[in-house]
Write a protein that binds this ligand. Structure first.
Ligand code: UYC
Length: 232
């Protein structure tokens, strides 16, 4: 059942996004031949913005890199900060977040994302360690796009604010319908932070990043209503 490098290459380059994903799911074994094709693919694509398929390929290579000097050198040479352009209008370094997401350390990535949002909202939010809804409009679109792209690209399109926004619009902005859908509430019970949440890709779509509801919905409402989501 093993596919030749040529077969893998042609299926990977030619397939629909769905077929590409299915193919990538089967590559659990890896090995130098598979990795060579994946490196070739990543180098040739370099789409703007990066696609979810490129994200998945990057993740496979990132997972392989401790086992292969060649993959390690390749990533270091061509994608030292990943495949998402880490643009920031606020001068924030998104490399630490990129690294946590590449490692699929979603708990720490979630904490860092909240900290980054606080930094973006200003000195008082950073000190307070939580956001006022009125501070959200100050957050630059560029930075929200970068945060969102990092989460989406490193989660096969499962996580990110724009994903949460789509789901929220899909339930006509009804929070009571959104919470169970994204696994934040079951019946009458809020999901407990942090151990109740699912910190891997088995989570429901839109599960991460978290937004604490202790002080009400106004912050997440402002975040999902930000003008950033109106332009692509
Ligand atoms: N927590 O329950 N949450 C915290 C969530 C609520 C509470 C942090 C999300 C309900 C307390 C994050 C949900 C609630 C703290 C989240 C959730 C509650 C805390 C760390 C499902 C009680 C301690 C970052 C909606 C009934 C800190 C932060 C504090 C922390 C996330 C309690 C990311 C998505 C209503 C007591 N919860 N949170 O914000 O502020 O501190 O006292 O949402």
């Amino acid at each position: 059942d093993l596919m030749s490098a040529d077969e893998l290459r042609s299926q990977l380059f030619a397939g629909s996004e769905k077929a590409q994903f299915q193919l990538l799911q089967t590559l659990t074994q890896g090995g130098e031949t598979v990795w060579d094709v994946l490196m070739e693919f990543l180098l040739k694509q370099q789409s703007h913005p990066p696609s979810l398929v490129e994200g998945k390929v990057y993740q496979i290579l990132y997972t392989a890199h401790p086992h292969s000097e060649k993959v390690s050198t390749f990533l270091q040479t061509h994608f030292p900060t990943g495949i998402v352009p880490l643009k920031s209008e606020a001068g924030i370094d998104y490399i630490p977040l990129q690294k946590l997401l590449a490692e699929q350390n979603f708990l720490e990535a979630d904490k860092l994302s909240l900290q980054n949002l606080c930094e973006l909202a200003g000195a008082s939010a950073l000190q307070r360690k939580w956001l006022y809804f009125s501070e959200i409009e100050r957050i630059p679109t560029t930075d929200l796009h970068t945060l969102d792209a990092l989460w989406r690209i490193h989660s096969e399109g499962k996580f990110g604010y724009s994903i949460q926004r789509e789901l929220w619009l899909g339930v006509n902005k009804n929070w009571d319908k959104l919470w169970p859908k994204i696994g934040w509430r079951t019946g009458r019970n809020w999901t407990r932070y942090p151990q109740g949440f699912t910190w891997d890709l088995t989570a429901p779509k839109g599960h991460l990043p978290l937004s604490n509801q202790l002080r009400g919905v106004r912050v997440i409402e402002a975040l999902l209503s930000h003008p950033a989501w109106l332009k692509s």
